[in-house]
Structures are given as C-alpha cells and as structure tokens.
Design a binder for this molecule. Sequence first.
Ligand code: NAD
Length: 501
Amino acid sequence: MTDLATHQAKLAGHLARFRAGGILNLIDGQDVAGQDWFETRSPVDESLIARVALGTAETVDRAAQAATAAFQAWASLPGTARKAILHRIADGIEARAEEIALCECWDTGQAWRFMSKAALRGAENFRFFADLAPGARDGKSLPTPDHLNVNSRHPIGPVGVITPWNTPFMLSTWKIAPALAAGCTVVHKPAEFSPLTARLLAEICHEAGLPPGVLNLVNGMGEGAGRALTEHPDIRAIAFVGESRTGSAIMRQGAETLKRVHFELGGKNPVIVFDDADLDRALDAAIFMIYSLNGERCTSSSRLLVQDSIADSFHARLVERVNRIRVGHPLDPATEVGPLIHETHFDKVASYVALGQAEGATLAAGGTRVGETGWFLRPTLFTEARPDMRIAQEEVFGPFLTSIRFKDEAEALSIANGVAYGLTGYVWTNDLTRALRFSDRLEAGMIWVNSENVRHLPTPFGGVKASGIGRDGGDWSFEFYMEQKNVAFALGSHKIPRLGV
Ligand code: NAD
C-alpha cells in the first residue's frame, strides 16, 4: 500500500529512534554526540523531527584524523574488494529504499513520486562506480626510443564532501560512491536542513562492511563544520554541491591548504522553444523540468524562451496546466509539488514573486502561499519578462518559471547566454541544422535537444561559468579523486649530459 496514511505510519516507525536519541555523527565507525545540538524540522508542518549532534571544528578534526588513519588500508585494497563492498552498499540502499524515501520526503518536502525513485538512483550510483573500481588505477604506457613511460592513477587521500538539501541522498551517493571506488576516504558534511538520510547512508555503508574511518559523517553548520572541513590540512580535496557564492567562499577558505575543488553550483537554465518544435512534448518537458522536485533542482529549466509566433498559445496551455499541478503532502503519492524546504527559503522564493510584479512581468499563475502551516507555494509562472529582469537572471530555486519571448534564433541565443550561469540548456526544434548550430553556441555544460534532463551516468555532468568547476560521471569523477603518476624507465642507451668532465 502506498497511500498517505500508510506512509505516515511507516515513517513514524522509522523516526522513533531518532526522536529518542537524536541524529548522531558517525566517526571511525562510532556514534558521536556533540556538545550541542541543532534541530531538523519538517517543512510540512514545522514539527520537530529530531535534534542533531552539532559538529564543530574539533569534531571535523577527529573525523579527518579517522579518515587519514583509514586511508592507506582502503587505498591499497584491490579494486575488486572495493567493488564488492560498494555493491553490498547498493544492496543495502535497495533494501531500505522505502525508509530512505519516506525520511527524505518528510525532511525536505520533496514529493514521494520523485523520492521513491531517487533512493533507487542512489543504489545505481553505487553499482555504477563499483564496477569501475577495479580499473580506476589504470593508466597508459607511453614509450619513446629511450624511455618507457608508464602512468597510473592513485587516490588523492582523505576528501571532504559537502552537500546541499535538495535531493540530498541521491546527491550524496553521487559524490561519495566515486570517492570510495577511487580509494579515497571521506568526511561528509550534509546540509543542516536535511541531515536524516545522510545518517541512513552512513549506517548502510558500515553495515555493508565499509571499514571504520573510510566514511565519516559530521553534521553541522556551513560556517562551522563546513568551513573547518575546507580548511583542514589533512583533507586533500573538497567535492561541493551548493550555491555559487558558497563555492567562492570555499575556494577562499581552501586556498591556504591548496585544496583541489570540484564545484556543482547554481543554474538559471533556459528551455528554448522554437515554433517548429513538437509543442506537446515541449510543453510536458518544460513543465516537468521546473515544477518537479519543487523546482529545487539545479538543472531546472527556470527560464522559458518561447518564440513570438507561438508564445500566446503556448502560454495559454502552460497556465492551464500549471494551475492544475497538485500541491500537497509530500508523502501523498498523488502530490506533484510539496512544501519548500524551510521558512527562510520560502521567504526568498516569495520575495521573487513580489520582485517580478515590481519589475513589470505578468504573474500568470500561482505566487501565493497554500495553507497557513508549512511552506507550500502555489506553482508560479511569470510571462512577458524581459531578459534583464532579476527574475530572469537570478536563481530562485523553487516552483517558479520566468517566460521571455524571442523573435529569432540570434535573439534566443543572446538571451540564453546572457546570464552568469551555464549548467544546462534544453533546445526544442525539429530543424536539425538549427539544433546543431544552437547547441554548439549555447553556453552550458549539458544540453538536451528535444528532451527533458535524462541522466546517463557515463556522461560528464557539470556546468560552465558560475555553474561549476569540474565534471562528474564515469572517468571524470576519478580524475578529481585521483592523482596521475608517471614513471619513466630508461632503456639504458640514451645520452646523459655530462657536466664537470
Ligand atoms: P548552500 O551553498 O547554501 O549549502 C550547501 C552546503 O554547503 C551545505 O552543507 C552548507 O552547510 C555548506 N556550507 C555553507 N557555507 C559554507 C562554508 N562557508 N564553508 C563550507 N561549507 C559551507 O546550498 P543549498 O542552499 O544547500 O543548496 C542549493 C544550491 O545548490 C542551489 O544553488 C543549487 O543550484 C545548487 N545545486 C547544484 C547542483 C549541481 O549539480 N550543479 C546540484 C544540486 C544543487
């Protein structure tokens, strides 16, 4: 049964132990309470879910020491052994997928229809990198007449993983699985708004036989535990997913210890609909890519660029559909949009509703709060926006779409590229040459033509401009978590320059 009441009953069972004992950190395989606690509350009704052990710089230091102590043994384990453990972790995630999804919905406000799949995607991420683990060290042989150059990859060392609150479980697996497959040890600092499923992941990893110290969990604030992790001398690299301005701060914080950084940051992604496109499919995809996951999605198509000749009819159909989107309890399988993560985030998104009206765009749908409890916002659509408006330039990160008209391809390209971000782009046209030309010139790390975002794990994932540095997926992940080493073996015959003879 997957109805709301059944989900609520099952969730209560899963939460009982956290209500009683709080959410603890996990360091070197041991539960660790903090000197202090903070609270995680549900965005559905603001009720307390659990108190959470507050990690400090001392907690991070303890975790970094554990990750350092565990590194050599984990890195020297044969890739096949790491592969087996990572597959066991995937088994554990699958076995507890329902629990993970229920907790994620309640902690973040994300709808069950999406989170039930996201939990399983987390298992897929582990399986994908498990299978790559045995070959992670492979390099090339590059011979010259005098030397045989042989290179190989080596895990960089203990790394820090800092994750945000949007789909936190899936995103954490995406970062942690390749790090572990590469042979790195990890200190994970999840977002303070959504600590629940990070704890489940750490437990699953240990139950699957991951040695103590290989994955350590430290909860806390960005400015506290997060900053300490980025400044810790034993942590060699930071994989970060979050806001662009936090990325800048982390770069500054990590400068002293020369941190390698991998950033997946914000976006203001365009969906560009030309008048020759399959407009039914374009409409479905445009709606899905901004209103699924509450719009709290880095790859969301938050700017609709629609060709003048079809704009009126496309907008009319859009308004009708947006007004029908079901806003409700995230554990109700019928719900399409749940509450926003937190009061502060709700206030931020709501402030853009006021801003859009002040800027002179047309509020065509939504924009109001639903109910008086929880952080529910009616799916919002602004039409007739100008490209220079703040609602067309800044990441809102909610169920909030800004539509801008364009006349021709040149204007569409200039509007699409005229923002600070460059994560994804979605191009809708049946003109093949235009699709090729446009996607070649569009400034984005990932582009889909006549499609919504469909992730294929071996492809590179990441953004350009303010949307990030580096790529995830396949071998790109290993390039971040590993160092290349080249060894040149002389064949004994080359001439060595002789000084002082
Ligand atoms: P955020 O930047 O506020 O926080 C992310 C994490 O960074 C949290 O764990 C936070 O505690 C930590 N943090 C904050 N300040 C820190 C500091 N000074 N030092 C170290 N750590 C610090 O982001 P958020 O609001 O949690 O997440 C939403 C953002 O994430 C959006 O901008 C979204 O686009 C982005 N995002 C990007 C991708 C991607 O793949 N490009 C994916 C998901 C989310």
